[in-house]
Design a protein around this ligand. Structure first.
Ligand SMILES: NC(=O)C1=CN([C@@H]2O[C@H](COP(=O)(O)OP(=O)(O)OC[C@H]3O[C@@H](n4cnc5c(N)ncnc54)[C@H](OP(=O)(O)O)[C@@H]3O)[C@@H](O)[C@H]2O)C=CC1
Ligand SMILES: CC(=O)[C@@H](O)[C@H](O)COP(=O)(O)O
Ligand SMILES: [Mn+2]
Length: 382
């Protein structure tokens, strides 16, 4: 029986993780859940899964949640950064699902690793900001970090049974997002609704916008560098509009292994939770006969410069990846709030990166300071 803490339980990944738990009550028990603002959904989850600990965004929300719960349902209710860290590090938990969105995931990730918990990692921003520190800490604490991100789960699955030294190339697939075929001249007219309309995946708002700008693939490039200890130069990004091949690994002998499935995160989440077993998820196989073709092509770096930003961050390292991530978070939120246009996201990120004086080998406080600086800088550009 795995004893779970699910951080970001009310989100797209969190609710899919709970679906897996619901399907396999003999394998998983929920001990802790966290959310930020969605108290009605968290209340229903608490009543269904009866965690002993929950954490929400702030004290006011914690009081509100307490008032919403019926008599007899009394988990410990914590709040804020200390609450999330407590839910990640609690000694009644052995596995933590990190499914919060954005930089807020870094502190609980480190708390979970420090406490020796196994990690199912969806929050890619954590590795983009501080991958060297997080992975070094995981090695020191002998903690397993299992990828939940579909591409990284795919690559991990392709590598099983092979020697790490035989991995020569990663092929990171991207759907291309909703604007794969949109001419750049139409970018100024792109609305929030257009950009949230991902062709294949149902996901939270932030990652949906990242997919539309291809920044999601930039973040995933850096995530792969840290998870698999490979240079970004050995990672090729491929546009694969069908999202059936979730990624591929090329080996020394010229063999390429691909992992496939319908675009549904329950496969990757369940594998991270049950590894090395495979659980029944209720998912069907792709209908290969009905699929006209599986296609691949190179990304268009002119319309979508995000991959170039990420490769620059990989080259310069230091605080630059955290700066790119923070500027992107500010820009995406401003676009979601209808304060900037779609193409302004690229300008905000590139201008903030260009203004940054990169610090090599930063410690955690250096990264947090770079994140703060980048948010202020990007905010001043809006
Ligand atoms: N969705 C997907 O298919 C995939 C997602 N990922 C990654 O997983 C992570 C989660 O994505 P997704 O589930 O789509 O996101 P959602 O926006 O759907 O959910 C985010 C979750 O985090 C909580 N949250 C938001 N802000 C904060 C904060 N400041 N502090 C604490 N908790 C917060 C939300 O709470 P509330 O809703 O209560 O406000 C919610 O529970 C992201 O890093 C994303 O890149 C990776 C691969 C695929
Ligand atoms: C499901 C998942 O892992 C997402 O990160 C997905 O990859 C987004 O689609 P894009 O390929 O369009 O970025
Ligand atoms: Mn992904």
């Amino acid at each position: 029986m795995k004893l779970l803490s699910i951080l970001g339980a009310t989100g797209s990944i969190g609710t899919s993780a709970l679906e897996i738990v619901r399907m396999h009550p003999d394998r998983f028990q929920v001990k802790a859940l966290t959310a930020a603002n969605n108290l009605p959904l968290l209340r229903r989850q608490i009543q269904q899964f009866m965690p002993e600990m929950v954490a929400v965004l702030d004290e006011a929300k914690a009081r509100e949640l307490g008032d919403m719960l019926p008599p007899g349902v009394r988990p410990e209710i914590l709040s804020g950064a200390s609450g999330y860290a407590a839910a990640a590090a609690w000694d009644k938990v052995d596995t933590v699902v990190l499914a919060m969105v954005g930089a807020a995931g870094l502190n609980p990730a480190l708390a979970a690793i420090e406490a020796g918990k196994d990690i199912a990692l969806a929050n890619k921003e954590t590795l983009v900001m501080a991958g060297d520190i997080v992975m070094a800490k995981a090695r020191e604490k002998n903690v397993t970090v299992l990828p939940v991100d579909s591409e990284h789960s795919a690559m991990f699955q392709c590598m099983l049974g092979n020697q790490a030294r035989d991995v020569k190339q990663l092929f990171l697939t991207a759907s291309g997002g909703p604007f794969r075929n949109t001419p750049q001249s139409d970018f100024p007219g792109i609305t929030r609704e257009d950009a949230l309309n991902h062709p294949n995946w149902s996901m939270g708002n932030k990652i949906s916008i990242d997919s539309a700008t291809l920044m999601n693939k930039g973040l995933e490039l850096i995530e792969a560098v840290h998870l698999f200890g490979i240079s970004h130069q050995n990672i090729q990004v491929l546009i694969h509009p069908q999202s059936i091949v979730h990624s591929m690994v090329g080996f020394a002998d010229g063999s390429v292994m691909a992992q496939m499935g319908v675009p549904d995160m329950k496969q990757a989440i369940s594998f991270a939770l049950s590894f090395p077993d495979r659980l029944d998820t209720g998912l069907s196989f792709p209908d290969f006969a009905a699929l006209a073709s599986l296609t691949f092509c190179a990304p268009d770096s002119e319309r979508f410069p995000s991959l170039a930003f990420a490769r620059e961050a990989c080259e310069k390292k230091g605080t630059l990846p955290a700066v790119m991530n923070a500027a992107n978070e500010v820009a995406v939120q401003a676009f979601l709030d209808r304060r900037i246009r779609f193409s302004d996201i690229f300008t905000l990120v590139s201008t903030t990166m260009a203004a940054h004086t990169c610090i090599d080998n930063p410690d955690l406080s250096g990264i947090i300071e770079a994140d703060r600086w980048a948010r202020e800088k990007a905010g001043s550009l809006i």
